[in-house]
Design a protein around this ligand. Structure first.
Ligand SMILES: *[C@@H]1O[C@H](CO)[C@@H](O)[C@H](O)[C@H]1NC(C)=O
Ligand SMILES: *[C@@H]1O[C@H](CO)[C@@H](O)[C@H](O)[C@H]1NC(C)=O
Ligand SMILES: *[C@@H]1O[C@H](CO)[C@@H](O)[C@H](O)[C@H]1NC(C)=O
Ligand SMILES: *[C@@H]1O[C@H](CO)[C@@H](O)[C@H](O)[C@H]1NC(C)=O
Ligand SMILES: *[C@@H]1O[C@H](CO)[C@@H](O)[C@H](O)[C@H]1NC(C)=O
Ligand SMILES: *[C@@H]1O[C@H](CO)[C@@H](O)[C@H](O)[C@H]1NC(C)=O
Ligand SMILES: *[C@@H]1O[C@H](CO)[C@@H](O)[C@H](O)[C@H]1NC(C)=O
Ligand SMILES: *[C@@H]1O[C@H](CO)[C@@H](O)[C@H](O)[C@H]1NC(C)=O
Ligand SMILES: *[C@@H]1O[C@H](CO)[C@@H](O)[C@H](O)[C@H]1NC(C)=O
Ligand SMILES: *[C@@H]1O[C@H](CO)[C@@H](O)[C@H](O)[C@H]1NC(C)=O
Ligand SMILES: *[C@@H]1O[C@H](CO)[C@@H](O)[C@H](O)[C@H]1NC(C)=O
Ligand SMILES: *[C@@H]1O[C@H](CO)[C@@H](O)[C@H](O)[C@H]1NC(C)=O
Length: 416
């Protein structure tokens, strides 16, 4: 039941990845020959300051992104090959490459964002253009092959996280098209071989992790800039995370509950997007993104990102997926699911929810609107309804039988 649900969610997530988010194609040319080509989807989660608090903006690389020919180069003049994509008002994503003759890799990932773009960074208390960079991103492939990574992979770059998905890219290209031979990233290999690896880890890892019991339900709200509540959430949350353990020196699967009274909430409500950020004691930051489709008036949970730095982790853990399609409901309604749900985010991270009730859009008078309930709750409701209906039917039959019997005996009396 739970597994099939997770699989269904994965398939829906996949559909969303194919249909609902934008894959962008970028090419760097010199004369008539292409040296770098990239087909990818990218989204950015950027934390910035307002005068009173910090906020997180979610941006995705739009279809309209173009290669900046001025700063991009094939590296023929001895410099590194560079791909720089520009989008919106002064935002840019840059990738530089290097090669040792048999492998090529991304050596430098830079993100530039313009805080004076108020459509993306409302109420930012600064108007500067920020440039952040990350040196080790682990994107590498054999020369004359295409790097392929369908899985979402997230990198921390300064105060931002960059999530790539559906990536096919090549630098130092021998022809003008992506090479047919592919170098597949670790995450894709892990997800295709998942059944055998999980079987192996569960059989060899002696003590199976014991879930810490049902998490406590917390109540979280997000306020508008004018102080009115614009997002309401009540839920118990449990993380299911695989990471390299310091104490055991191997990858372990850990279940950790979020503790509501140690957790603070923040976020942002926009016309078609709402974010809820839950922070527990500087060690855990969980970010939910809800998206409203204003043509259909339907909303869903479209993104989850987790940054965790727990004591037994060898390195901070970061995972995100911005192409999700969970908790679907209608504008003007809330979404409710009392049953446990598993939201798969990445192969190494899922989120289990308990007694969940959310409304990210259309909150009036600080209260939840009528709820749309998840299928699992409806199924569980069905059992008492069926039993009740059967009992009612039985009572009715007995009653009819009794009445008929009574009428007959009456009739008997009258004829005498
Ligand atoms: C590019 O191709 C066009 C026609 O296909 C040709 O006329 C032109 O000379 C080429 N330019 C270079 C720099 O190779
Ligand atoms: C926000 O302000 C704090 C305090 O001045 C500063 O340390 C931090 O770097 C700022 N964050 C960003 C993203 O600008
Ligand atoms: C922006 O706000 C933060 C606190 O939220 C403050 O520390 C920082 O100095 C402010 N920056 C500017 C440029 O006003
Ligand atoms: C930053 O955004 C502002 C407002 O959208 C725009 O006027 C400015 O030109 C942008 N800066 C750059 C470097 O593009
Ligand atoms: C290129 O780098 C890889 C990994 O660092 C190494 O295995 C390989 O031998 C190197 N090739 C050359 C030609 O140096
Ligand atoms: C990354 O690229 C930027 C822009 O060219 C450069 O200033 C920076 O030094 C590079 N960083 C590394 C680690 O290569
Ligand atoms: C890559 O392909 C080009 C053109 O087909 C060829 O000249 C070069 O030797 C190849 N490089 C490697 C490392 O196979
Ligand atoms: C939201 O506003 C209420 C008062 O309306 C306040 O009690 C609460 O602390 C605020 N919450 C956040 C997260 O800002
Ligand atoms: C302020 O609150 C009202 C409801 O009281 C709401 O309609 C309006 O959109 C809010 N303004 C902003 C900027 O959020
Ligand atoms: C952890 O395991 C690796 C191999 O799995 C080994 O090389 C390393 O020395 C171990 N580190 C510690 C601290 O035990
Ligand atoms: C949080 O709640 C638990 C149980 O409800 C309680 O034992 C603990 O003292 C609380 N911690 C804080 C910081 O309030
Ligand atoms: C809204 O939903 C419709 C129908 O499913 C779809 O065609 C459209 O692309 C969606 N719009 C957005 C902004 O996602």
């Amino acid at each position: 039941m739970k597994l099939s649900h997770a699989l269904a969610a994965l398939i829906i997530g996949g559909c969303a990845a194919l249909g609902c988010i934008q894959a962008v194609t970028l090419e760097v040319k010199e004369g008539n020959s292409t040296c770098i080509k990239a087909e990818l989807s990218a989204s950015f989660s950027i934390t910035y300051n307002t005068s009173s608090s910090t906020r997180t903006a979610q941006v995705s690389l739009p279809n309209s992104a173009t290669v900046d020919t001025g700063s991009s180069s094939c590296g023929t003049d001895g410099s590194s090959p560079w791909l720089v994509a520009v989008f919106g008002s002064g935002h840019a994503l840059g990738l530089s490459f290097s090669s040792n003759g048999s492998l090529y890799s991304v050596t430098n990932l830079t993100l530039q964002y313009n805080l004076s773009d108020t459509s993306v960074f409302p109420e930012a208390n600064s108007s500067i253009v920020v440039t952040v960079e990350s040196a080790s991103v682990g994107i590498w492939a054999t020369i004359n092959t295409t790097y392929r990574c369908v899985s979402a992979t997230t990198f921390t770059v300064g105060g931002a996280t960059v999530t790539f998905s559906d990536v096919r890219l090549e630098a130092y290209m021998p022809g003008n098209d992506l090479s047919p031979t592919e170098s597949v990233c670790m995450a894709d290999k892990a997800s295709t071989t998942a059944p055998s690896t999980t079987a192996a880890t569960t059989t060899t890892a002696a003590p199976a992790p014991t879930p810490p019991g049902t998490p406590e339900q917390g109540t979280y709200i997000v306020n508008n800039s004018n102080g009115t509540v614009c997002l309401l959430a009540q839920m118990g949350l449990q993380f299911n995370v695989s990471y390299v353990s310091k104490s055991q020196n191997k990858t372990v699967q850990d279940f950790v509950n979020l503790t509501p009274n140690l957790t603070s909430s923040s976020g942002l409500c926009e016309a078609s997007r709402a974010t809820l950020v839950l922070t527990q004691e500087q060690t855990t930051a969980l970010n939910f993104t809800f998206t409203l489709n204003s043509t259909t008036n339907k909303y869903h949970l479209s993104g989850i990102a987790l940054l965790a730095n727990w004591s037994d982790m060898t390195a901070p853990f970061s995972a995100s997926n911005m192409n999700l399609n969970y908790l679907r409901s209608t504008l003007g309604r809330s979404y409710m699911c009392n049953a446990e749900q598993t939201l798969v985010v990445e192969p190494n991270f899922s989120l289990n929810t308990f007694r969940l009730h959310v409304q990210p859009f259309g909150v009036t008078t600080n209260q939840f609107a009528t709820a749309e309930e998840c299928q699992m709750d409806q199924d569980q409701m069905l059992i008492p309804i069926i039993v009740g209906a059967a009992l009612a039917g039985l009572v009715l039959i007995v009653l009819i039988a009794y009445l008929i019997g009574r009428k007959r005996s009456h009739a008997g009396y009258q004829t005498i």
